[in-house]
Design a protein. Structure first.
Length: 95
């Protein structure tokens, strides 16, 4: 998909499209951690929350937020703020 965008679009538009796809993937990855939340709330058991993965995702999102802030790039910053919030929710539930 991105290779065809690179071939068909001017470089600036292809870069924007690639960033859009990357942001969407980051957002979906952040939301995927929340799949287990209803089970945790219903059973009051946080065993289904993948602790190390959630912590790694949280720190990754923090670093990407700093990068997005330094670059003044909302396409980097916004999905990673969502990822930080999703990770924080899971970390809170894991406690």
């Amino acid at each position: 998909l991105q290779a065809s965008a690179r071939a068909a679009l001017p470089p600036e538009r292809a870069l924007f499209f690639t960033g859009l796809v990357a942001s969407l993937c980051s957002f979906l990855g952040a939301m995927s951690m929340l799949v287990t939340v209803p089970t945790v709330l219903r059973t009051k058991n946080s065993r289904s929350v993948p602790g190390p993965l959630v912590v790694a995702n949280f720190f990754s999102a923090v670093v990407w937020c700093m990068c997005g802030w330094m670059l003044s790039d909302p396409m980097v910053l916004a999905p990673n703020i969502v990822a930080m919030l999703a990770s924080s929710t899971c970390i809170y539930l894991k406690q």
